[in-house]
Ligand binder design. Sequence first.
Ligand SMILES: [Zn+2]
Length: 121
Amino acid sequence: MGTMAGLFDGTPLERPVTCEVCELPRDRCGCPRNAAGVVVLSKDQPARVGREKRAKGKTVTMVSGLDPVASDLAELLRRLKTACAAGGTIAQGRIELQGDHREMVLTMLRELGYPAKPTGG
Ligand SMILES: [Zn+2]
């Protein structure tokens, strides 16, 4: 990753670091960032929505491809659970919802700006 930090070190032009996306000072920037501090917008997180069969014939809807730091998975899970009236959890950076809710999940993710696509069967 290239960085501009240090470019003006020791010169009168040294300035506070601004966000490369919204151009606000970094301490006022609300852009989503990944664990490395790089901005990762919703549109740059290709969500994948699939389903898996579990024990006893249960089906779960899986959401993968979201950055677990840049996206608030807990808040997203809460919204999906409400919309689908289903239980769910976060496991290994993926959202799992009980039951087959692929259409609802795809619709909600797209409304939130994620380029969501269905996977598998
Ligand atoms: Zn920003």
